[in-house]
Design a protein around this ligand. Sequence first.
Ligand code: SF4
Length: 433
Amino acid sequence: MKLHFIFPRWQKLLESRRDLAETLSGYQIGDFQMAGLGACTAAGAVPAGHSVTLVDQHVAPVDTSVQADLVCLSFFTPQATAAYQIADDFRAQGVKVLAGGIHPSVMPDQTLEHCDAVVQGPVEGLWETILADLAAGRLKRRYQGASAAPFATPRRDLFQHSKYLRTGIVQISRGCHFDCNFCVVPSHGGQRVVPRPIDEVLTDIVELPYGSFFFGDENLLFPDAANREYRRELLSKMAERGLRKVAFTANYPHFVTALEADDLELLAAARVRQIYLVAGLKRPLRDELPDPQLVARVQQLRQHGIHTFASFYLGNDDDPAPVEPLINEFCERTDTNIAEFIIHTPYPGTAAFSELDRAGRIIDRTWEHYNGANVVFEPLHESRESLLDRYISLWRAFYEPITPAEMRRRYMRGFGRGVFGVDRRVAGRPDGT
Ligand code: SF4
């Protein structure tokens, strides 16, 4: 069988907001390309003996004349507009189309209006059945993955690496036991954290063709005992192996403040150099940013060589007053390395989307607008125009005083020196040793 994987395009910030392009072009923010994980992980789960190709629509055009027994699309909500068009084009030529990933998992009925079959949840463990059904001409409409399925090794060899920022994504788990009303992770990956075996994670890191990587799951810093134990073992082993790769991880302010002193030591020893701090999403900015414990923790992280890439969410119903003074003060006091500003976006399949939909506040259902750069719902405390204006002003206020050269330095501080090209320290040696 010949399987053709496609990672559909989604609009990056600068494509959505041309009015910001002048401020941000040359800053490697708002339009950078990273090799995504979904399609290449699904491809990695395909049993031996089948032919697999992959096109990332961000860096190459989709060729609908390609010969394939099955076109496989992996996408999340902002990609759904492009994905549906691709599916329609292939199906018009009689090619079967299978869809998986976050959006198809939570919106299977809508996905099936454009695709022949949908996988809900992880595809690992399903390929033998899917391909046997396809060969017999009995492809089912729905396949349900299991969150406990083994983890596939991503087929990163399918990417044209020269087209991307030289940093990768590494998966350490599936699912989540928290029930955040804005999040699709539990619906897609299950309602408990299923950890990926640590040896597999280490192998994945060693084999990454980049000198830096981002842990794609937040649970690395979760405070509960199981995640804490996993974190400590993984970080200790990374340090013991002497991996010369720079790591980057994400979390919410209250989890970052809950870290213990030895966690900071372990993160630093494992060469974690940046934390992506997501503020204003789980809790309102007015509660999170003024917390002196958070400011102190970010300063302590800096003392350990760990910088902050802060992501500020705007438009939270619980943030009635302007948050700009809080953001500015926080960035100043913590010497934030990189910042980004995101407009709250209720994703379909979440409780937040359902609540806003019931209240008649969803005003835009064009999925490519669900990228954090558009106002897709009616804000509670201001007009859509006002929220958008504040969003644009915040980007400008943060970046206009920074030169592109300084921004490049900041990127290298957080992602390692090789992020823009071949780093001699890692070239030719997969683990950089
Ligand atoms: S937002 Fe984070 S903590 Fe909340 S459910 Fe999603 S993955 Fe879990």
